[in-house]
Write a protein that binds this ligand. Structure first.
Ligand SMILES: CC(=O)SCCNC(=O)CCNC(=O)[C@H](O)C(C)(C)COP(=O)(O)OP(=O)(O)OC[C@H]1O[C@@H](n2cnc3c(N)ncnc32)[C@H](O)[C@@H]1OP(=O)(O)O
Ligand SMILES: N[C@@H](CCO)C(=O)O
Length: 351
């Protein structure tokens, strides 16, 4: 399907790729067949050397130009006039790809709670299938933040020399117990919703609101809330921070579902680039691409040290840092710094 983007001159395509061959999963299970919804902007050049592959974070979708509008678009750092920019909705997510409400080909009923558990490696294998289907032999740059960075690292490992540059933002090579703990509290919130277990898309919705509110505290820095959600001194109730978190919970529950959230949070927990590869040092050391690992100085979820570690262990690594009061989500917000860091990274490659 060809669509007009908000920039009349940009070609934007939205398609669904269907894979009819089974995808083996790390758990030992299979996805018998699967769909990946994807969005592409711009055109492949004649030698197919202008591919920028974006991987979204936990609740993102494939329309990267919309949620990364400060980085992708006309006259932005990644301009579809020059690049073929593609982003696929990750497996398990509810924006066009196979997810818990998709039909299980074996039962002809939605998977619901029987949706198989997938690791970041499995999600990367799904993207690899799409790359092969599109006939893309090499990727100029893979870029993703948070969960998108985790999947990006896994894919960078798989791609080997087919990938030139990987930009991994606010992410990690192995999920820390602290993060798994936060994800578990969010799943506990979902489980405590009395509709969890029912077979419809609203199941667990109130629990999802709470889960998002908990998650927001890991995406923001305490100082950010102090600055933006401060109350007058005479207050004894109805604090701004409280209504902010409630609002954020409701906002997500309107556009996402608890089953996809559950699945993807488990996927985040599973992330360990070094599993069955002789550990992290070995696995990172086998990545062939130039890697730019970007940390955020106020990130409490994926610490800047985790990005530094990635840059130190890969063959060709660079570390840069975003300075922001925003916390973890700065990678979705601080476009000016991001554009500057990307520019200096590419200039460094030319030297
Ligand atoms: C179909 C789709 O939308 S999917 C793709 C979009 N999403 C993604 O890709 C996921 C990644 N994006 C994100 O996580 C977020 O959009 C971010 C991090 C980029 C920005 O987060 P935001 O929620 O926009 O910013 P912020 O934390 O400042 O909150 C602002 C919102 O809180 C509201 N708010 C602020 N303070 C309060 C308060 N005290 N009480 C109630 N509401 C409040 C604001 O009015 C604003 O509401 P709005 O979103 O309806 O305009
Ligand atoms: N704010 C991000 C998650 C943190 O990376 C999202 O909602 O996708």
């Amino acid at each position: 399907m060809n669509l007009k983007s908000q920039y009349a001159s940009i070609t934007m395509t939205q398609e669904i790729f269907h894979s009819s061959s089974p995808l083996p999963l790390e758990s030992g299970e299979f996805l018998t067949e699967f769909d990946l919804g994807y969005t592409a902007y711009g055109q492949l050049n004649s030698d197919k050397s202008n591919v920028i592959w974006v991987i979204h974070a936990l609740t993102g979708d494939s329309n990267a130009q919309e949620w990364w509008n400060g980085l992708i678009g006309e006259d932005k750092f990644f301009d579809p006039a020059d690049h073929f920019i593609i982003c696929a909705n990750l497996l398990g997510s509810c924006y066009g790809s196979t997810q818990p409400f998709s039909d299980n080909p074996e039962t002809k009923e939605p998977y619901y709670y029987d949706f198989p558990q997938m690791s970041t490696r499995d999600l990367a294998q799904g993207l690899e299938r799409l790359r092969i289907h599109l006939g893309i032999e090499s990727i100029h740059t893979l870029i993703g933040g948070s969960l998108g960075g985790q999947v990006g690292l896994e894919w960078a490992y798989i791609l080997g020399k087919k990938l030139q540059n990987a930009v991994i933002l606010a992410s990690t090579s192995k999920t820390r117990p602290w993060v798994i703990g936060f994800n578990e509290t969010q799943r506990m919130a979902i489980e405590s919703d009395c509709t969890w277990g029912e077979k419809h898309e609203q199941a667990g919705n109130k629990g999802l609101e709470t889960a998002r509110a908990i998650a927001m505290l890991t995406y923001r820095h305490p100082d950010d809330l102090s600055a933006k959600q401060a109350d007058p001194d005479n207050k004894v109730d109805d604090y701004r921070a409280a209504s902010y978190l409630r609002y954020q919970g409701q906002k997500l529950a309107r556009r996402f579902n608890a089953l996809s959230y559950w699945t993807l949070s488990k996927t985040m927990d599973s992330h360990d680039l070094g599993r069955n590869r002789g550990g992290l040092d070995n696995a990172l050391g086998e990545i062939e691409a130039n890697v730019l690992a970007i940390g955020v100085n106020t990130d409490l979820l994926f610490l800047p040290e985790e990005s530094q570690f990635i840059s130190q262990k890969v063959k060709k690594g660079t570390y840069k840092e975003i300075t922001s009061t925003a916390g973890h989500d700065a990678f979705l917000i601080e476009f000016e710094q991001l554009s500057y860091l990307l520019k200096s990274f590419y200039l460094q490659q030319k030297k």
